[in-house]
Design a protein around this ligand. Structure first.
Ligand SMILES: [Zn+2]
Length: 189
């Protein structure tokens, strides 16, 4: 506390005294701090696509994926409120869906800690975006393939998505207690 605050994007320290407000860091809302470059990156990411039209596809796809993939027992009220909250904060529908795939197929996080919700998506959203950007460079069609599967009525679609994703090696073990700690300090922003 005091002079040190945490950037909401990269989770690194910002020293409010040593670093310049408006140049190095900003506080767009009370107690919400960002590095300027992290904030700009985030805004660029959030405005990169026309999400409204496809929102229901991604939202329905997310719920179906969580049930059939990591087999999460969804708390629908909680999940819907988290989804709306993240969307209002500028997260895209497609981005949130892809982050769920990243969390459970690439990072292989344990679904038991999800507690019926999608709180985790908010914390690995940027990391997931970096992953997908790299992935798209290697496989141009991967996102349209995934989207097509969601749109199609095939009952096999989630399984196919998992096959696509599982070509990738899992990254280092991720510690859920980190997420819990972040959840405690991150409030409405
Ligand atoms: Zn930052």
């Amino acid at each position: 506390m005091g002079n040190n605050v945490i950037c909401r994007v990269c989770k690194q320290n910002i020293n409010k005294t040593l670093e310049k407000e408006g140049v190095d860091w900003i506080m767009p809302k009370t107690n919400c701090y960002y590095h300027v470059k992290c904030y700009n990156k985030l805004k660029k990411l959030n405005h990169a696509e026309d999400y409204d039209l496809n929102d229901p596809i991604w939202f329905e796809g997310l719920k179906e994926y969580l049930i059939t993939g990591p087999q999460i027992e969804i708390d629908y009220q909680k999940l819907t409120s988290q989804w709306n909250h993240f969307r209002e904060a500028g997260r895209t529908a497609k981005g949130l869906f892809l982050t769920a795939l990243y969390v459970y197929e690439v990072r292989k996080l344990k679904p038991t800690k999800a507690a019926g919700g999608i709180g985790i998506l908010n914390y690995v959203y940027e990391e997931s975006a970096e992953y997908w950007m790299k992935r798209i460079k290697m496989e141009k069609n991967i996102l349209s393939d995934i989207q097509q599967q969601l749109v199609s009525k095939s009952e096999q679609r989630t399984i196919v998505i998992q096959q696509i994703i599982n070509n990738d090696r899992p990254k280092q073990e991720f510690d859920w207690s980190d997420i819990d700690a972040m959840e405690d300090e991150d409030e409405e922003c």
